[in-house]
Write a protein of this length. Structure first.
Length: 139
């Protein structure tokens, strides 16, 4: 069995952003030369996530609205975590809701996806450099 590891780096211009990283993951699979196996894609930061869904603008807007209702950014003094001088307690909660990672099958050297499935990096406390790990195992 072979393994492959690569880091993808992001520095968003906004506090919250969803970035389609499907093609970058596909490039990692191609680079790995693994034809059959699994790929793990996970956010290496506690205020970001990786998830799979449709690349549809309305859906992404709905996520923004839903997440902000569940864990509003302001007022920041409503969160004990922010007593430490931070202002990102909501980002930690949003990450917990959206998930840390995804694991996908690789078949014939490509993601074995349903019709509309795409991989996204979700940033909830951006404007600084963060990374995503891509780990591939297989043959």
């Amino acid at each position: 069995m072979k393994s492959f590891r690569k880091e993808l780096w992001f520095n968003t211009t906004k506090r919250r952003e969803f970035i389609n990283i499907t093609e970058q993951v596909r490039e990692c699979i191609e680079e790995s030369k693994i034809q059959e196996g699994l790929v793990l894609v996970n956010a290496m930061h506690i205020t970001a996530s990786v998830f799979i869904n449709d690349d549809e603008r309305g859906l992404h807007h709905d996520y923004e609205v839903w997440l902000e209702k569940l864990a509003p950014h302001e007022p920041i003094n409503h969160y004990r975590h922010n007593d430490t001088g931070e202002d990102n307690a909501d980002a930690h909660i949003k990450r917990q809701i959206m998930g840390r990672e995804v694991v996908c099958a690789i078949t014939n050297g490509d993601l074995d996806f349903g019709t509309w499935e795409q991989i996204f990096y979700g940033e909830f406390d951006g404007r600084r450099k963060k990374r995503v790990l891509v780990k591939i195992i297989g043959e």
